[in-house]
Design a protein around this ligand. Structure first.
Ligand code: NAD
Ligand code: 89V
Length: 344
């Protein structure tokens, strides 16, 4: 197969990272871009030298010459755009959060299945170098059988200046950021069967919750805590680092500030740095996320070339998205939610 021709839909804040990422991917190239907003279209088109520019996604797909679409719009348009890709039988990547509701997400998976084309959710946090390093330790057996874990993201970073829409939705931190942390919990500890959550809003200037504490029962018997906050003021701002704690029958793992990974096991204790690479186009502190964008794009390109289901396929991500829904339901009702209630 030659170079895959991609079309990017949505040329806003995050799409610039995606465009930089694609520019470094062997085997894929963005040949067309689309945004309803002509100014966004012009800025991204000029910066990355893309000649084919559209304000209407269907008009772009009708013209053809495209092998896949990369959807980088906000959540409200995800279902319509994935269903559009399905109608044109085009493989699609869709940004997180998957959809406004779990039933929308299920319909999107069904539409792509019916069309016989792959769908990947751009769930990039599990592609971060430090998270991959932690997963390798867990899988190696160095700490024995994990029985407890924590995935923690606590920050006071002003995300609203770059992404103002995050301040306006009824749902905020679980849907936007917790979704990544929940996916990391699934990646490290396997699927979860029950969720108990508590949320609160500390920042009075936003509409949604900015603190969430979630307790997960995993199918393996492991218990994990996933805690996220954008209301935490620390002496050193860790954004956008995810911290990890994993206790196993033979030792423990800690991923802490400045990407320091400590593994304590039968043979002793070792601390090493597992920092992400600073790609030429990246900038601190976002470089961790930016590198993971390039890595998930490489994974997509390779998966598409050999016809393999991507790790964060639509089908897989339904289970992460169900945890988001379960967390909101648990926080609202005060009860523990069985995932089978949502996934059937
Ligand atoms: P944004 O509002 O800055 O950009 C979205 C763009 O999409 C806008 O320019 C808008 O005009 C365009 N658009 C919307 N609907 C459209 C349609 N139907 N057709 C064509 N263009 C359309 O938003 P953003 O901050 O770039 O976020 C985009 C997505 O990326 C969100 O889902 C967000 O959660 C996600 N995101 C992911 C990460 C990550 O690490 N994975 C980080 C930040 C944002
Ligand atoms: O990754 C994201 O979805 C971003 C941020 C890290 C800022 O929460 O919105």
């Amino acid at each position: 197969m030659g170079v895959l021709r991609g079309a990017l839909i949505g040329c806003g804040f995050f799409a610039v990272n995606q465009m930089h990422g694609w520019a470094g991917i062997e085997g894929a190239e963005i040949v067309a871009i689309c945004d309803r907003d002509p100014e966004c279209l012009r800025i991204v088109g000029d910066q990355f030298g893309v000649a084919r520019r559209y304000q209407d996604a269907e008009a772009m797909l009708q013209e053809g010459g495209i092998d896949f679409v990369d959807i980088s719009t906000t959540v409200g348009s995800h279902r319509a755009l994935v269903e559009l890709a399905a109608r044109y039988r085009l493989p699609a990547i869709c940004q997180k959060p998957f959809a406004p509701t779990l039933s929308d997400a299920k319909a999107m998976v069904a539409a792509m299945d019916e069309a016989g084309v792959p769908l990947m959710i751009h769930e990039n946090f599990r592609w971060q170098t430090p998270i991959i390093a932690a997963k390798a330790v867990v899988d190696s057996g160095a700490i024995g059988k994990p029985f407890w874990g924590r995935v923690s993201f606590r920050s006071g970073y002003d995300v609203f200046s770059g992404q103002p829409y995050l301040a306006t939705g009824k749902r905020f931190i679980i849907e936007d950021l917790g979704i990544h942390s929940l996916d990391i919990a699934r990646y490290l500890f396997g699927d979860a069967s029950r969720m108990t959550a508590r949320t609160r809003r500390v920042n009075p200037a936003i509409a949604g919750e900015d603190v969430a504490t979630m307790l997960l029962d995993h199918e393996s018997g492991l218990t994990s805590v996933v805690d996220v906050s954008y209301a935490t003021r620390l002496p050193e701002e860790p954004f956008p680092e995810t911290f990890l704690e994993v206790d196993g029958t033979e030792g423990s793992l800690r991923l802490g500030k400045d990407y320091r990974l400590t593994v304590h096991g039968r043979t002793g204790t070792e601390t090493r740095e597992v920092a992400p690479n600073l790609l030429p186009w990246a900038s601190r502190p976002w470089h961790n996320i930016q590198e993971s964008v390039a890595l998930i794009q490489q994974h997509w390109t390779e998966s598409l070339a050999v016809g393999r289901e991507p790790d964060t396929s639509g089908r897989d991500n339904l289970k992460t998205f169900a945890l988001v829904e379960a967390a909101y339901l648990s926080a609202e009702t005060g009860r523990t939610v069985d995932l089978a209630e949502l996934l059937g």
